[in-house]
Every structure is written in C-alpha cells, then in structure tokens.
Design a protein around this ligand. Structure first.
Ligand SMILES: O=c1ccn([C@@H]2O[C@H](COP(=O)(O)OP(=O)(O)O[C@H]3O[C@H](CO)[C@@H](O)[C@H](O)[C@H]3O)[C@@H](O)[C@H]2O)c(=O)[nH]1
Length: 200
C-alpha cells in the first residue's frame, strides 16, 4: 500500500488545500527571516469524539462521512449517499485515513514540548493511522458499533475527489514518539457515544 509521506509533492486541488499550503510556506519564510520556530501538523481525516462524550463534532451543515452515517443511524436522516463506486480501490469507494481527535491533541502536546525544549526548530509531520478505510468499510463499522442497519444509496462521484489518501506517520513516530492509538472501531464508538448523547 502506497503511503503519503511529508516529502510527497504537494498539489492542492481546491482553495482550502491551497490555503493550508500557503500557511506552511509563510511559516517557512518567517523561519528564515525572523527565526520563527514552528511545527506543522498535517491532519488526515479528523474524526471521533472525546471519551467523556462532552466534546464532539457538530457541523452545520454536516458534510463528514462518520457523523452523517451516525446521524442516519439515529434516525436524523433518511439515508446515506455514497459518492462514487467506481474508484480504483478494492470495493470501488474512496479510501481515507481516519484519525481520532485525542490522538491529534496528543501530537500537538508533543510538538509544543519539542519546540519549547529546543529539540525541534522547524518540522512538518503527517498525522494519520497509516490505515485506509473505504466508505463502505466505514458504513459497515458504524453498523457493527451501533447494532443498526443503514439504508444506503449510491450516487455519482464528487468532483476532484482522490481515490485514496493514506498517511505515513513514520516521521513523527521516529522523531517525537507519536503513534495513533485509535483504530476505526474505537473512533466510531467514541463518536457514537457523543452523538447518542447529543440528539437534537
Ligand atoms: O455523505 C457522504 C459524505 C462523504 N462521503 C465520502 O466519504 C469520504 C470521506 O468524506 P469526509 O468525511 O467528508 O472527508 P473528506 O472528503 O476526505 O474531507 C477531508 O478533506 C477535506 C479536504 O481537505 C476537508 O475539507 C475535510 O474537513 C476533511 O475531513 C469521501 O470519499 C467522501 O466522498 C460520502 O460518500 N457520502
């Protein structure tokens, strides 16, 4: 399986991606001119909720896959749409690298400690699991965690969606000792706990 490393060429396809890359470039310029120390953390698909079930994901409108599936399984949506089934992946649906918010938070602490201790002056790190899950696998895992059955419709692809985005987080593991602890089932279980307690 081919993993995306920090050295892979960056080629954002939308303004959001371009804005993130611009910030990285500005940080690098500042480091040269003003001696700024910084760590860039490149999140893959942030997901899940805090184990207390007090902090969770609530977008309006919701566009992210896991919350959409869980809202459907709670009866808040009548169906789930899967955007595209003919991608070049084993089951034809897109593969993403879902990473738990608590794992992301821990990476921030390690990055700050590395900057404060002087261990790192500048660095760019990917934050992912190194494990890709397809849209169909996410839906299946949501069904397993909740014990409920989803109603799924298959629609056309969304414009400009890459088939597969999976990170290598080897660099931050080697340099700061960070490793994702949550796998997909744990991510979804934490999100389910939050969603079930915050039904609108
Ligand atoms: O109702 C839905 C919602 C999503 N998807 C698919 O599920 C996958 C994951 O979708 P989502 O959770 O929305 O994540 P991404 O589309 O990978 O979006 C990530 O990448 C975007 C671009 O960087 C960021 O804007 C988002 O915050 C970040 O989660 C993608 O293949 C989507 O096409 C569906 O099939 N049906």
């Amino acid at each position: 399986m081919e993993l995306i490393t920090e050295d892979c060429p960056t080629n954002p396809i939308d303004p959001y991606g371009r804005s993130k890359l611009m910030i990285e470039q500005i940080l690098a310029d500042f480091a040269v001119i003003y001696g700024l120390n910084y760590v860039v953390l490149r999140y893959f698909n942030a997901a899940g909720a805090h184990e207390s079930a007090e902090i969770g994901e609530d977008h309006n409108p919701e566009k992210h896959l896991i919350p959409i599936v869980l809202q459907h399984l709670l009866g808040q949506r009548d169906k789930i749409s899967v955007f595209g089934t003919n991608y070049d992946t084993p089951n034809g649906t897109c593969i993403r690298d879902y990473i738990h918010v608590t794992d992301l938070a821990k990476a921030h602490i390690l990055a700050l400690e590395a900057l404060l201790s002087g261990k790192k002056k500048t660095a760019v790190y990917n934050l992912g699991n190194g494990l890709g899950y397809s849209v169909k696998e996410v839906i299946k895992t949501c069904e397993k965690v909740t014990g409920r059955k989803a109603f799924v419709e298959y629609t056309d692809r969304c414009l400009g969606e890459p088939a597969r985005l999976v990170a290598s987080s080897q660099k931050i593991y080697e340099e700061l000792g960070w490793k994702a602890e949550y796998l997909l089932e744990g991510i979804i279980a934490s999100a389910w706990k939050w969603h079930s307690r915050h039904v609108k």
